[in-house]
Design a protein around this ligand. Structure first.
Ligand code: SF4
Length: 206
């Protein structure tokens, strides 16, 4: 099963410091059923095969990256791909990498999930950040964009972070690569708009 398992990936970032504790490999999954108004990653909502990646190949790639402490799964909706994510997480855990997982489902909804791989995946997750983005509850908090979203510490690895997650905290990461510019983090719209204006005026070279 593992040898055939594939993950449908929308995007990846080899090193990020704004998607969970420390420096992390970030995987954005393609496809999300929630379609939250104000979603920052609308292009990751449609369900289609964007980039099907073999789990063992991806695990080797992640494990070869120096200076990261783990991986973050974000959306799209990771729980829609719980089975391949469980296989990937099983390999990464053997090598002591930590797992952070975002989901639009609430913890209460996940507890009622019938898919056994949802539970198996959650059993390997160190931090789960749950809940859909709600525009009317928009806020700039540590690792999340609306006040309904909760940070669940499911293992002790990151318990030191527990007191600080309720703080107001806006962090943006801007990555300039061959395929363009990627923004990630709890990004303030006015900052993105200003950056786009500067780029369009070529005050920042594209
Ligand atoms: S759950 Fe997340 S990825 Fe899905 S639509 Fe809502 S904000 Fe976008």
């Amino acid at each position: 099963m593992l040898k055939k398992a594939k993950l449908n990936i929308a995007s990846q970032l080899v090193k990020s410091v704004v998607n969970g504790p420390g420096t992390r490999y970030v995987i954005w999954l393609q496809g999300c059923p929630f379609k939250c108004p104000g979603c920052f990653n609308k292009k990751f909502q449609p369900f289609f095969n964007k980039n099907l990646v073999n789990i063992e190949t991806l695990a080797k790639k992640i494990l070869s990256v120096e200076g990261i402490e783990g991986v973050t799964y974000t959306g799209g909706e990771p729980m829609v791909q719980a089975e391949p994510l469980y296989y990937l997480s099983s390999i990464l855990k053997k090598y002591k990498r930590t797992i952070v997982c975002y989901t639009g489902f609430t913890m209460e909804e996940l507890e009622k999930h019938k898919d056994p791989f949802t539970r198996k995946l959650i059993s390997l997750v160190d931090i789960l950040i749950d809940g859909r983005f709600q525009e009317d509850k928009k806020a700039h908090l540590v690792w999340r964009g609306s006040t309904n979203q909760k940070v669940h510490f499911l293992s002790d690895v990151y318990s030191d972070f527990q007191p600080s997650v309720h703080e107001e905290h806006s962090q943006m990461e801007l990555v300039i690569g061959e395929k363009g510019i990627t923004y990630t983090g709890t990004v303030k719209e006015e900052i993105i708009n200003r950056l786009n204006q500067l780029i369009n005026r070529r005050e920042i070279e594209k």
